[in-house]
Each structure stands twice: as structure tokens, then as C-alpha cells.
Design a protein around this ligand. Structure first.
Ligand code: GDP
Length: 289
């Protein structure tokens, strides 16, 4: 999944015959810049990364190893944005998570995947079907929940997602569920009315965390919308869906650097088990080859 960027970084650095002079460093950063942009890393992220790698290489003493070390340090620091990876349980169950994202991002599928991940870890999980925006979303969740054998709270009559969410949380508390995952309305773009609705669900539930599902195939748009959600509603983590697709990998770096919230999981396929905890070191090693 990182083949474009991996190949490019390695060949970028290998192209340069390093001497301990500023000219070699200049050549190496030029090659690296090209490689990062080709891998779809945002131009601002690329600019900042190059600046920091240059600075650190000079500190270490210019040379190929110093350059690679500086790059590795900087990539690690970007991808380990402050916060946690994977899932964090609240001390007072049920851990309540709001699942947010644009329509088509994979939010509903990812909600199922996360429930499946938790169920395999022997957790009692309830999903609340509060995406009343897309007609098929509740039906889709019914099928997913039947498949993974996880309980679903839904209400075919009630039209207010806040009431459904609240009732689901009461059930989760009363029946001692470990985790409540709330699937919220998807939207085609950032939309004030739906953002207000999400705000009301958030206020009613006081969730432990809000996850944003970002479609990695949407490149820089994923970064822009994640930033808007962060500003308007607050998000605690990003799940990068469709990472198995034709992605160049740069989106993970841009998202982590620009949105400033940790990447928690990656979606690696359409099936329920296709969810992996995002582990920065593993990705950096792949990047560096
Ligand atoms: P929602 O509108 O955000 O709820 O989107 P859905 O959950 O319905 O997903 C939209 C499409 O993306 C579906 O066809 C999913 O199977 C697919 N999808 C979701 N996550 C992944 C993933 O990690 N990899 C791949 N290849 N497809 C995914």
C-alpha cells in the first residue's frame, strides 16, 4: 500500500552521492520533495518536513545516514501525533464512541468492523443506528450486526437521532455493555444543519471519543474535511478507510500532520476483519524500506 512512496524515498536518496557538503543535501532534499509530492503528501506538509529534515541533518553532520535518520525521526514524530493508537476504554463503561464522516467514506462499514474487533476481544458491544440521512444505512447495519452477531439499537419510527442515541445509551448502561458505537448521519459535504444535529447528539451523549472516518482515496479532501470536523465538533481520532485501494500513502502523513489528531485504525478491505490498529513505527519502517 506504500509502494509508491517507499520506492520513491529510497530511490530519491540513493540517487544522491553524498559528500559532507551543502550541495549534496540540497540535491537530496530536491529528490525527496519530488518523491513526497508524487506520493500525494500535501505541499505544506512536504515543505515543513523538508525544512525539518534539512535542519536535523545539519545538526547530525551532513551525510547519507544522517539524512535518513533525520527523515525517519521526522516521519515518526508526525505519525505519532499526540494521543493514542487503537481503542481506549473508559473507566466507566459503556465507552461511548461517535462515528462520523462523509457519506460513502465507509463510516457504516467501519462501525461494523470496529464492533467486530471489540467483540473478538470479548467486549459486549451495542451499535446505535443514528444515521437517518442515508435511507439504506439502518438496513445495512442490521445486516452487518446479524453477520458479526453484535446487538443493534434502532428505531424505525422515531425521526430524531438524538432521542435514538439517548435511548441506546440508556440501554447500554442498564444492560452493562462495554462499548456503545453510535453511527451518526453521513453527509455529502460539510453541512451546517447536519453539523448542528451532530452537536446535539454529542451534547446528549457526552461521548468518550469522536472518531472521524476518512476515505484515503479522496486524498487532500480527506485532510480538509477532517480539519473542518475537528474545528466544528472536535474529533479525537481518525480511521483511514480504503487503505487497500489505489492510495499512494501520502494521505496518512498529510492527515496526521495537518489535522493533528492520531490515526487510530486503518481499513484494509471491505470485509469485517479488514481493520488494523494504526502502528506508526510499522509504517515508518515500510516507508524507509
Ligand atoms: P458510509 O456512507 O460512509 O456509511 O459508507 P459505507 O460504509 O456504506 O461504505 C461505502 C463503500 O466503501 C462500501 O462499498 C464499503 O464496502 C466500502 N468500504 C468501506 N471501508 C472500506 C475499506 O477499508 N476498503 C475497501 N476496499 N472498501 C471499503
Amino acid at each position: 500500500m506504500f509502494d509508491v512512496i517507499t520506492g520513491s524515498i529510497k530511490s530519491a536518496v540513493n540517487k544522491v552521492r553524498f559528500k559532507d557538503d551543502a550541495a549534496s543535501l540540497k540535491k537530496a532534499t530536491t529528490e525527496l520533495r519530488k518523491a513526497l509530492l508524487k506520493a500525494d503528501v500535501h505541499h505544506k506538509t512536504t515543505k515543513d518536513l523538508i525544512y525539518n529534515v534539512e535542519l536535523r541533518t545539519k545538526e547530525l553532520g551532513i551525510g547519507q545516514n544522517a539524512f535518513l535518520k533525520a527523515l525517519q525521526e521526522n516521519l515518526t514524530s508526525i505519525l505519532t501525533a499526540e494521543g493514542n493508537q487503537g481503542f481506549v476504554f473508559s473507566n466507566t463503561p459503556p465507552t461511548t464512541i461517535l462515528m462520523t464522516g462523509l457519506q460513502g467514506s465507509g463510516k457504516t462499514t467501519t462501525t461494523g468492523k470496529l464492533a467486530n474487533y471489540l467483540k473478538q476481544r470479548k467486549k459486549k458491544v451495542l451499535i446505535a443506528a443514528c444515521d437517518l440521512q442515508r435511507l439504506a444505512a439502518v438496513e445495512q447495519l442490521k445486516q452487518i450486526c446479524a453477520q458479526i452477531e453484535v446487538d443493534l439499537y434502532f428505531d424505525d419510527i422515531e425521526k430524531d437521532p438524538v432521542k435514538i442515541a439517548k435511548a441506546a445509551q440508556e440501554k447500554a448502561k442498564k444492560e452493562l455493555y462495554d462499548v456503545l458505537l453510535v453511527d451518526t448521519a453521513g453527509r455529502l459535504a460539510i453541512d451546517t444543519e447536519l453539523m448542528n444535529q451532530l452537536g446535539k447528539v454529542k451534547d446528549a451523549l457526552n461521548p468518550d471519543e469522536i472518531f472521524y472516518v476518512a476515505d484515503s482515496l479522496t486524498g487532500h479532501d480527506a485532510t480538509k474535511t477532517a480539519s473542518s470536523f475537528k474545528e466544528q465538533i472536535g474529533i479525537d481520532g481518525v480511521i483511514l478507510s480504503k487503505f487497500d485501494g489505489d492510495t499512494k500513502g501520502g494521505v496518512a502523513i498529510s492527515l496526521a500532520e495537518q489535522v493533528g489528531v492520531p490515526l487510530r485504525f486503518v481499513g484494509t478491505g471491505e470485509k469485517m476483519p479488514d481493520l488494523e490498529v494504526f502502528i506508526p513505527d510499522r509504517i515508518v519502517s515500510r516507508l524507509m524500506g
